[in-house]
Design a protein. Structure first.
Length: 134
């Protein structure tokens, strides 16, 4: 009886080790996305040919940004918004991004949706995720 219990324990541990390794390696990538959040590896992103909106500070945008992205920040909203309307077409998705650890992209995306623009998403992992995907 004791041997059977010990064998069961070994089998359980053998199953937990690979499962734990998988969770540690992919845990953050497998997290569920929030509503209106999109991951850079989502195949729809490429198919959409989205209008990219950079919600980071203008200095960060000037250093580097997604190809073709338009700068739109909370601070410069009134001055920058007309450029977004000029570039956007109603059948074109918008993806807003900022840095990996900021929330500005979500705020800007919500404001654009409030203006009736649709669909508008924000990028999980921000500009850094886009750069890693290159």
């Amino acid at each position: 009886m004791k041997a059977a219990g010990m064998q069961a324990m070994v089998l359980i541990l053998m199953a937990l080790v690979p499962a734990s390794w998988y969770w540690l390696k992919t845990g953050s990538a497998d997290e569920a996305l929030a509503p209106y959040e999109v991951a850079i590896d989502d195949p729809r992103v490429e198919a959409w040919h989205p209008l990219w909106i950079d919600a980071r500070a203008r200095g960060d945008y000037d250093i580097g940004h997604v190809t073709g992205a338009i700068s739109l920040t909370e601070d410069g909203w009134d001055q920058m918004l007309p450029a977004v309307f000029e570039a956007w077409k109603p059948d074109r998705a918008i993806i807003v991004y900022c840095s990996a650890d900021c929330e500005e992209s979500e705020k800007v995306a919500m404001r654009l949706r409030d203006l009736g623009m649709d669909p508008v998403y924000y990028l999980k992992g921000g500009y850094e995720a886009w750069k890693r995907a290159l």
